[in-house]
Structures are given as C-alpha cells and as structure tokens.
Design a protein around this ligand. Structure first.
Ligand code: SAM
Length: 315
C-alpha cells in the first residue's frame, strides 16, 4: 500500500495528475458544496474562543489534496470573521511536507487518515497472523507471524471481538501521527472527518475482509493488486483506536458524530436558508442541488463519514 500510494516514481499520490473530480477517481465532500467548509468555519470560530483567542491561530490541514477545503475556509473567515482571519496562520500539509514544530489552534483533515498505509491481519484460532505480499511472477498474499507487537495492542483496542478467518486493518501510521501531533500541539483541537466506524458500527455488519477498498475512475474496486499506482487504496478509520490513543495522551474527545449530524449541529440548515433568502442558491442549478443533496441525504456519504473532535491540553 505504501509503495502503491507513495513511491516517488510510480505511486498514486505522487504521480497521478488527476485524482479528484469528473476526470479523476472520486469526489470528496469539499467538492460537493462550499457550505461544507462554511459549517466547519462555525466550529472553528467556537474553538478560537475556547482556546482564548490565540494569536497566531494555527490552522493545520492534513492531506490537502487540491486545496478546495482550505480555500473555502480561508475565504469564509476573511469575509465573515476578519478579526479571526487576521490571526490565522494556515499550514497545508501534503506528502513530503513537514508539520509545524509548535501548534496552537486546529489540526483538521478530510479523508486523510483513511489514506495511510495499513497492516493487514487474519485471525487463525487464538493467533493473529499478518498478511504479507510476495512479489514475483505474480503477486501473492502470504500469512506469517506479526512483525510489530503494536499490531496486537491495536487489535485489542480497536476490536472487542475477533472472528475466526476474518481480516482486519491495523493503521499504525494513524497512531504515530496522533502521537506526533501530541508532541507539537501546545493547545488545540484535532478535528478529523473521515470514513470510519466505532466498535458498535463495525460489529453491526459482516466484514470478513475488513474495510480495504480501492477507487478507480469513480468505481469501487475490491482488488488492491490491480491498477497498481493508478488507483487509490483506502481503509476506514477505526475511531475507537483514534479516541483511545488520544485518551492515553490526555486528550478529551467529543462524542463521535456522523458528518451529517456535525454539519447540522454547526448550522448547515440555517446557513442554507440564509443563502436562499439572499438568492445565492439558484434552485434551478442542478449541480448545486446535487451537491447539497449529497451533503444532507440520510444514508449517503454524510452518514458514512464521521467527525471526531479531540481537545488537546490547556483548555
Ligand atoms: C483522499 S485525499 C483527500 C484530499 C482532500 N483533503 C479532500 O478532502 O479533497 C487524501 C490526501 O492526503 C494526502 N496524503 C496521503 N498521505 C499523506 C501523508 N502521509 N502526509 C500528507 N498528506 C498525505 C494525499 O496526497 C491526498 O491529497
């Protein structure tokens, strides 16, 4: 997964020119409608106050992609909250870009953690075996002993029960990233929007092969061994692990919410009505209406996507 996504000469994120949009492989929420970013801004304004109006107010965005979300967030802040905008220092983080040394403010991301390479394991009786990849004339999966004791720790934290023969993903990079953020954040909030689950949701469905999926030209592909370097490979975020890793670091989590709930909590509906009243939403414009539908439709992307807000020390 690491090689397919990040190899400097052949990796998906490092070489594919068009990932997003109609010519690419998928859309993300920032493409559906700027009201997604505007709702995030309402939350940011709240945290700015909670953090006692830091100056500078860092906004660190992990995995910015084409940068639509950051652009819409900064634009909204500039228009509506110029006094906060004046305090903002924005850090877009992409592959190969270092995080700022010291952070006071908000570290946020949309579909970042689900892109990190994972270990895969399979349960065999009382044992957890790692799934390796052997590359020769063909690509084959080979089971062996686990390489890293943290894999077992992750399994115990993230999955209350393990089922015989089932495969699970273990996202140690996510854990490393949270620990790295903890070293850098003086006071702040980590706000994560991503495909993911808590234990209850994970357990509610049969997932013998875990959640690893690929996206290629707007199609879901279940085989990660085809389209190498030309398709995205993702796995759902285990929010149970994210929350507990934070808690071990002394962070406090707000309850996990669906993206839909989060957007509504932060005034998406009111904002919609406001814009409609100002005539900014031309209801005849199909694209705009579809974008909004995607953001609000029950059972759609906004219910699969979750939002976790973690408060990191000093407030
Ligand atoms: C699924 S895209 C999401 C992009 C954007 N946030 C959006 O919502 O449209 C994941 C992004 O994370 C970036 N990314 C993946 N791994 C990364 C890493 N280790 N460090 C920084 N960025 C990374 C990828 O290059 C890609 O732009």
């Amino acid at each position: 997964m690491d090689f397919c996504l990040y190899d400097p000469g052949q990796g998906y994120y490092t070489t594919q020119e068009t990932i997003f949009g109609p010519q690419g492989d998928y859309y993300t929420s920032p493409y559906t409608h700027p009201l997604f970013a505007h709702s995030l801004v309402s939350a940011f304004v709240h945290y700015f106050e909670l953090l006692a109006r830091p100056r500078p107010f860092h906004l660190v965005e992990l995995g910015v992609g084409e940068g639509f979300l950051g652009r819409d967030i900064l634009g909204r802040l500039k228009d509506r909250y110029p006094e906060i905008f004046d305090c903002v220092e924005y850090f877009p983080v992409e592959v190969g870009v270092d995080l700022p040394e010291r952070i006071q403010g908000i570290v946020f991301s949309n579909e970042f953690f689900d892109a990190l390479p994972v270990h895969r394991v399979r349960v065999r009786g009382s044992e957890v075996r790692e799934i390796y990849v052997s590359v020769g004339d063909q690509i084959l999966e080979v089971e062996g002993e686990i390489t890293d004791p943290r894999i077992l720790e992750y399994m115990r934290t993230g999955f209350n029960e393990w089922r015989e023969g089932w495969e699970y993903e273990v996202n140690l990079r996510m854990v490393e990233m949270l620990k790295d953020l903890d070293r850098r954040i003086d006071s702040g909030v980590v706000l994560t929007v991503d495909y993911g689950y808590d234990w209850g949701e994970y357990d509610s469905r049969d997932r013998p092969h875990g959640t690893l999926l690929c996206y290629h030209r707007h199609e879901v592909v279940t085989d990660p061994y085809i389209n190498l370097g030309r398709q995205d490979i993702t796995s759902h975020v285990n929010f149970e692990v994210m929350e507990q890793t934070g808690s071990q670091l002394g962070w406090k989590s707000e309850p996990l919410r669906t993206q839909r709930r989060f957007l509504l909590d932060w005034g998406l509906e009111e904002r919609l009505m406001e814009e409609e009243a100002q005539g900014l939403l031309n209801s005849e414009r199909m694209e705009e209406r579809l974008g909004l539908k995607t953001l609000l439709a029950p059972g759609g992307i906004s219910d699969t996507m979750k939002v976790l807000v973690q408060h990191v020390r000093n407030f």
